[in-house]
Design a protein around this ligand. Structure first.
Ligand SMILES: *Cc1c(COP(=O)(O)O)cnc(C)c1O
Length: 421
């Protein structure tokens, strides 16, 4: 096998872990050891593993049909889920286009925004460019990489990508300057609202998202909010846009949408955009895009069950004290030697280590130390990320942060002295 985002040389010597089963917030390996799932199996698991209600919903759907296509056909779980998503999303989002990953959710939004303006014709057809943020991450397909801003992942592909305008994250004046000179040729601004995840949990200042929305409106530009990481309760609200009362023109959802069970994504948009694609068959204004597993019934059934669990277990209400607890627990971590900054919003946090030579792979060392102590975490470079399931108990959350603190202390003690800045 060839693993994602992995230098294969050396991988096997590091004794990979094989996960055999899981339960709640715990992963169990084939040797019988268990670990707290500190990153929700890559930011997806919302209500814990093997949640009885979601398990049951998937099994029941298996008794009906596992897969049927959305090309030319429909099915009840897809319709029901679309209705539920529109009901939960910020006002104005009225239509749901399914795909199967965060990358495709963003790819769909980009292509829809582009095609929408082309079909408007006239001056509007000059709106062909996108504005994205430095440090942005929107997925790994070529379109979503084009609006990405993480050099380590993206710069090698530059010759393959379309050209974008890059704004400084959190700096509304910078976006204003860009739109003042290029507004008429911009199709859409794309942002991860409130928190840029893969940038290392980068927090935008309060009011920034509101300003972005206002600037887009002033210049007639569409706004794409990529909530693939922050959606489904991660920041303490169902969707991060709610913190600033913002309705985007496109809302991209994936990762947590099925509670972390199956690959599914949705791109929500407004009636206005939808209507821009209507016409007679021979006008060819249809959206020419669709993936084979788009709107898979098993995935839709899992997503519906996950939304039910949000209601039944009052997930968001019960999350608030855990967010406060996490903040308290992170205090001592921030004071550890080698820790430069701790950034938290909701139940997502990044612990930035600083001053170590890159080849020391401090983030990775912390991962190995944490593993020895019973927790799975995965860093982004030298930022240790914590993203436990929203359902994690206060007790287990405390244990997780203790383990990570001890792992950082051990890794720092074994490392060469930090390089002076
Ligand atoms: C993970 C992520 C994506 C990509 O999702 P995939 O399912 O891995 O394709 C896109 N945007 C954001 C903000 C993400 O965190």
């Amino acid at each position: 096998m060839w693993h994602p985002f992995t230098q294969q040389r050396g991988w096997e010597e590091e004794a990979p872990l094989f996960i055999e089963h899981a339960e709640g917030a715990d992963l169990f390996d084939t040797e019988g050891r268990h670990y707290i799932d500190g990153v929700s199996s890559l930011w997806c698991t919302v209500h814990g593993h093997r949640h009885p209600s979601i398990d049951r919903a998937v099994r029941e759907q298996l008794g009906r049909v596992a897969h049927t296509t959305m090309l030319g056909l429909s099915h009840p779980p897809a319709v029901e889920l679309a209705r539920r998503l529109v009901g939960l999303a910020p006002p104005g989002l009225a239509r749901v286009f399914y795909s199967d990953s965060g990358s495709t959710a963003v790819e769909v939004a980009l292509k829809m925004a582009f095609q929408f303006w082309q079909q408007q014709g006239g001056e509007a057809a000059r709106r062909t460019r996108f504005v994205s943020l430095r440090g942005a991450y929107h997925g790994d397909t070529v379109g979503s990489v084009s609006v990405g801003g993480i050099d380590l992942f993206h710069s090698i592909y530059r010759p393959l990508l379309f050209d974008t305008l890059t704004a400084e994250p959190g700096d509304a004046a910078d976006l204003e300057r860009i739109l003042d000179s290029h507004g008429h040729e911009v199709a859409a601004v794309v942002v991860e609202p409130i928190v840029q995840g893969a940038a290392g949990i980068l927090l935008h200042p309060p009011g920034y998202l509101r300003d972005v929305r206002d600037l887009c409106d002033r210049h007639g530009v569409l706004l794409i909010c990529d909530e693939v990481a922050v959606g489904f309760g991660r920041t303490g609200r169902m969707f991060a846009c709610e913190h600033e009362g913002v309705s985007p023109d496109f809302l991209c959802l994936a990762k947590g949408i099925t509670g972390g069970y199956l690959p599914l994504a949705a791109t929500l948009t407004s009636e206005r955009i939808y209507e821009g694609f209507l016409g007679r068959f021979e006008e060819f204004r249809a959206f020419f895009h669709g993936h084979t597993y788009t709107g898979n019934p098993l995935a839709c059934a899992a997503a519906l069950a996950s939304l039910d669990v949000f209601e039944e277990e009052q997930t968001l209400e019960r999350l608030q004290p855990k967010i406060a607890l996490l903040e308290d627990l992170l205090g001592p971590v921030a004071a550890l030697p080698g820790v430069a900054e701790v950034r938290q919003r909701g139940l997502m946090c990044g612990i930035a280590l600083a001053g170590f030579p890159i080849e020391e792979r401090m983030g990775h060392r912390v991962t190995l130390e944490a593993r020895d102590r019973g927790a799975i975490v995965r860093p982004l470079g030298d930022v240790v990320i914590l993203m436990p399931p929203l359902s994690i108990s206060a007790e287990k959350l405390t244990r997780l942060v203790e383990i990570v603190g001890a792992a950082i202390a051990a890794a720092v003690a074994a490392a060469p002295l930090p390089v002076a800045a």
